[in-house]
Ligand binder design. Sequence first.
Ligand code: PGA
Length: 229
Amino acid sequence: MEDDMNTCLHPCPLVFDLDGTLIDSAPDIRAAVNEVLAENGLPALTLAEVHGFIGGGVEVLWRKIIAAKGLSPEDHARYVAAFLTRYEAATGLSALYPGVTEALETLATRGHALAICTNKPLEPARAVLRKTGLDGFFRVVIGGDSLPVKKPDPAPVQAALAALGADPLRPDGIYIGDSEYDASAALAAGVPFFLFTEGYRHLPVEEMTHHTSFSDFKNLPSLVEKLRD
Ligand SMILES: O=C(O)COP(=O)(O)O
């Protein structure tokens, strides 16, 4: 399903999602979740289960775990707090998707200003960007706790675009992500959504609103180039 926003001024600002887009961080999230579960005498989650729960940030992650495993909702805040104490250090199992660094280098060289807009809290986001060597690319990082609202609300994407100098009345730029949260936020922010198909989406590609999709980062620079006006 394609939207009708098909142009952007060049080199336009580019805002990237993090988990499931630039970085496969589910193994670290799973390890930290399973430590909290083990501490509470509860069985571990599989990687596939964790993929299904990522996208909405930490509070949503634990709401989904509680619902799926029949745990007590009263323990939500306690699980979230225990998870957060581990999140910043949980970077050792995270890996960049192939071609990410090269694509960012190409886009930065072409003059695109780059930002991150993630539902991951800011400090864990900064930690994994440092660990994977990506931190130098981004002028702005908006985390899940940077604003009072998270994606799918458009405000974090709009804040990232504004910080890169985009005109709020005619938002110019592209949002690149992997999930339904990302697609909805981009649509509501009024910018084209580029869908990376290899992340943690829950729907088939054809059921997600997107301008274009890609499965390999080596194709991203040319897709961005095509979106000229
Ligand atoms: O950590 C999450 O739940 C989502 O993070 P993302 O917005 O970078 O995909």
